[in-house]
Write a protein that binds this ligand. Structure first.
Ligand code: GLC
Length: 576
């Protein structure tokens, strides 16, 4: 049973931390300036959250209906994945109109209602903006195709002549992130094979040419369009992309670029010019903040090799936050976790910004499944090591200084659905890698809300349509209804941790100090006296402090931190 009481035992701990005053547990003020610095934002994958129309696809009204659930969970706001008009080749990350809502998700009135309702509940609302590429159905791209070579609109994309006889080979050797070459050849208006255009993802997602001033101006208008509708900020897709090397030269190591989906082609990502754009966008946000005192937030999907690379994106006049994917990518191993946390504290926190922790998102295998696989547990009494580890990782993440993002279903302990039939898969990566990589559908299966059978309350109506991805029978064990009724559930762990995080000043911004601990155990103290310890091993270890923990990810016998478990304590004599 998880306990949530403050330690009244006499102060005594084996780690030699110096005595400090009793922690002050006055709740932190929920001010508007800087609200994002330690906020916890819930990622809503709109398509899979809640379907209000009965067509089997989630929508904005469904998100609105779920807001009280999110408020109760205790998050500070939501990030909505793209809901714009789109042919859905990459589920909305192929945008055909940046200023509207796809009818499948609702309309602008539904959007406005959602923002109003979120604000009424005190929840912030972020939208996703996709500036690296648009849809091949975007009107300007269609116009560029019609114009033919040399047309002014072609300059807004990357059109180039091919190489080899008759230009039949792509202009360079770059690979697309989702498989295959990064170039597609077009048929010109006169019917002849013509130029090629660049797409770092699918051919249905042509990359914008950010060296063209109109592109920059158009996106600034898009920011203002949504800020004027009341959004609190933007999650920026592919935020290390946008600019390509001006000469589009061959990559010296194209195989390396292709090796993993997240590998970085240094000629296509992370170009120095990108920082000017983030400075402009930050200035626009500041303009709105100056109007009403509410900070607007820019959080970037910045996939770059090191924490030091990432730090350059969150300098004081650039992005407020950048997802720190190194934590998500770390294997279940104490040293690996400690290294990525140490790097982030050294490099990112040093910018004066905040570290933005994340364990799950809509592009990654869910943590419960990820942590089960690489190091099977030797502990026969632990039937679900992935679940136990994901619970422990959640307590670790929520005790770290900075902000955190929780992906829908993470609070239910949803495992990945690994056995979706091939014909159900919709992720373009599957199709474009010759059915080799089944990566992203399994974490996008519509959420289970209630009941014993699909659609598990996901879809409304008397004759509900089938959810767009099939839900397995075992989702019955993970419905929100069941999770809320079971005080030992993942949901209650997140709920309790979020509640404590909001009320304990130690868990806000501020220092972290590592405590000495046995191998396999990480222990640190936050502020004046909040200790978090995680045992990554299978064997139990002595608890790093005495007394009853405030919160544990699994039951802890007195003085013991079992394997694959995390706990928080108040320790009056510990300080960071
Ligand atoms: C980002 C999104 C991903 C999308 C890709 C292309 O990585 O998170 O879902 O497919 O960008 O827009």
């Amino acid at each position: 049973m998880i306990s949530a009481s403050v330690d009244n035992d006499p102060p005594r701990h084996p780690l030699g931390a110096r005595p400090v005053p009793t922690p002050n547990s006055t709740p932190r003020p929920a001010g508007s300036a800087g609200w994002w610095r330690d906020a916890v934002i819930y990622q809503v994958y709109v398509r899979s959250f809640l379907d209000s129309t009965g067509d089997g696809i989630g929508d904005l009204a469904g998100v609105g209906a779920g807001l009280p659930y999110l408020k109760r969970l205790g998050v500070d706001g939501i990030w909505l994945t793209p809901f714009y008009p789109s042919p859905q080749h990459d589920h909305g990350y192929d945008v055909a109109d940046y200023h509207d809502v796809d009818p499948v998700y609702g309309d602008l009135d539904a959007f406005d209602r959602l923002v109003r309702d979120a604000h009424r509940l005190g929840l912030k609302c972020l939208v996703d903006i996709v500036p690296n590429h648009c849809s091949s159905r975007y009107p300007l791209f269609l116009q560029a195709l019609t114009e033919g070579p040399g047309g002014p609109t072609r300059a807004m994309f990357h059109f180039a002549s091919g190489r080899g006889d008759d230009g039949a080979l792509p202009p360079n050797n770059w690979h697309a992130m989702f498989g295959g070459p990064a170039w597609t050849r077009v048929t010109e208006p006169d019917g002849t094979p013509g130029e090629w255009y660049l797409h770092m993802f699918t051919p249905e997602q042509p990359d914008w040419n950010w060296r063209e001033p109109t592109v920059r101006g158009n996106f600034e208008q898009t920011l203002r369009f949504w800020l004027d509708r009341g959004v609190d900020g933007f999650r920026i897709d592919v935020a290390a992309g946008l600019f390509k090397h001006p000469d589009l030269p061959d990559s010296p190591d194209p195989e390396a670029d292709e090796r993993t989906r997240d590998s970085v082609n240094p000629l296509a990502w992370n170009q120095p010019e990108i920082h000017e754009v983030w400075r402009d966008w930050r200035a626009i946000c500041e303009e709105y903040t100056a109007g009403d005192g509410n900070d607007r937030l820019l959080v970037g999907e910045v996939s770059v090799p090191t924490a030091a690379d990432q730090a350059r994106y969150v300098r004081p006049d650039e992005l407020h936050q950048a997802f720190f994917f190194h934590l998500l990518n770390a294997p279940w191993d104490a040293a690996a976790f400690q290294n990525v946390i140490t790097d982030a504290l050294r490099d990112i926190a040093a910018t004066g910004s905040t570290i933005t922790w994340v364990l799950n998102n809509h592009d990654q295998v869910r943590a419960v499944t990820r942590y089960a696989a690489p190091t099977p547990s030797q502990d026969a009494d632990l039937p679900d090591p992935g679940g136990a580890r994901a619970r422990a990782a959640a307590l670790l993440m929520l005790a770290l200084p900075g902000a955190a993002y929780v992906y829908q279903g993470e609070e239910l302990g949803l495992p990945e659905v690994i056995d979706l039939p091939d014909e159900a898969l919709t992720d373009p990566i599957f199709r474009r890698t010759g059915s080799r990589l089944r990566v992203r559908d399994g974490c996008r299966v519509p959420l289970p809300w209630s009941g014993q059978a699909s659609p598990f309350g996901f879809t409304a109506g008397d004759a509900p349509g089938r959810p767009w991805l099939p839900q397995p029978e075992w989702f019955a064990n993970h419905t929100t209804e069941r999770a809320i009724a079971d005080t030992d559930s993942f949901w209650h762990l997140y709920h309790e941790a979020l509640h404590l995080r909001r009320n304990l000043p130690q868990l806000g911004e501020g220092p972290l100090r590592w405590l000495d601990s046995p191998p396999d155990v990480l222990a640190f103290v936050r502020g004046d006296g909040l200790v978090c310890a995680v045992n990554f091993g299978d064997r139990q270890a002595p608890a790093p402090v005495t007394g009853t923990p405030l919160l544990t990810s699994r039951p802890c016998p007195p003085g013991i931190l079992p394997g694959n478990t995390a706990a928080w304590w108040i320790c009056e004599h510990c300080t960071a």
